[in-house]
Design a binder for this molecule. Sequence first.
Ligand SMILES: NC(=O)C1=CN([C@@H]2O[C@H](COP(=O)(O)OP(=O)(O)OC[C@H]3O[C@@H](n4cnc5c(N)ncnc54)[C@H](OP(=O)(O)O)[C@@H]3O)[C@@H](O)[C@H]2O)C=CC1
Ligand SMILES: O=C(O)C1=N[C@H](C(=O)O)C[C@H](O)C1
Length: 253
Amino acid sequence: MVKVMMYGCNGYMGHVICNLIKDMENVTVAAGIDPCPGDQKDFPVFTSLDACDVDVDVIIDFSAAVAVDGVLDYAAAKKIPLVECTTGLSEEQLAHLEEASKQTAVLRSANMSLGVNTLLEMVKTAAKILGEAGFDIDIVEKHHRRKLDAPSGTALAFADSINEAADGKYNYVFDRSERRMPRPADEIGISAVRGGTIVGEHEIIFAGTDEVIEFKHTAYSRAVFGKGAVEAAVYLADKPAGLYDMQDVIAAK
Ligand SMILES: NC(=O)C1=CN([C@@H]2O[C@H](COP(=O)(O)OP(=O)(O)OC[C@H]3O[C@@H](n4cnc5c(N)ncnc54)[C@H](OP(=O)(O)O)[C@@H]3O)[C@@H](O)[C@H]2O)C=CC1
Ligand SMILES: O=C(O)C1=N[C@H](C(=O)O)C[C@H](O)C1
């Protein structure tokens, strides 16, 4: 039985994960951490990591960027594998995460869905061919009004994936409102829409002369993220220290 600590258990994703795990036989939520009061749970909930006295095999983090340094220190000190799903991390926090991965297994993914992780690989092929042929690349993402970070972690992951395939030739542009110039070839434009209850949409647009190719992923519910996160937790629970991503989980299926 894999014992999970759900960090951010009273949030939207925390609820999704806890409900998913309820129906599983090989995984259980042994503890939850959240400063926000929530409904009655069938596991103990602590308002901070310091207060938690429950042994767990793996931590799943869907909290907020401000809360990530705390869980990185905790996971590294106790050598508990960590599935890091929270987005909006700073460069310093990414360096912190890399340090923590020297002490324990850390899997970070801005998007836990199978669809997005498949598309992250597909756009590399498109970028190699179409980028070389002079197509312009823009990414448009749409999320609910509660989302704190922009652009989304997934939009940045798509840009990074494309840039990796193009030997890092692209700069990222988030705002053209002050510019009065034609679009340069060496940029990826990234735009964010926020509104209502949109779960998550990402469009990667390759615009060439007289033809356009668009890749689009739409999440219709948070279950797609939850499923991937639980699979990642089960995968990571017995792994040695190091940095992992969802491609490792998909390859092990
Ligand atoms: N990788 C992926 O596939 C996905 C990533 N995300 C990311 O996950 C994060 C959470 O998303 P979502 O569930 O919608 O957000 P919510 O705001 O609904 O949930 C976050 C929860 O974490 C709590 N929290 C804040 N600080 C701490 C802390 N120090 N310790 C423990 N819990 C804390 C919040 O409490 P309070 O409200 O009091 O602050 C809240 O209950 C975001 O960064 C989002 O972008 C979301 C979906 C998919
Ligand atoms: O905040 C969200 O909701 C989501 N955040 C992730 C991101 O920033 O990419 C993933 C998903 O699209 C939902």
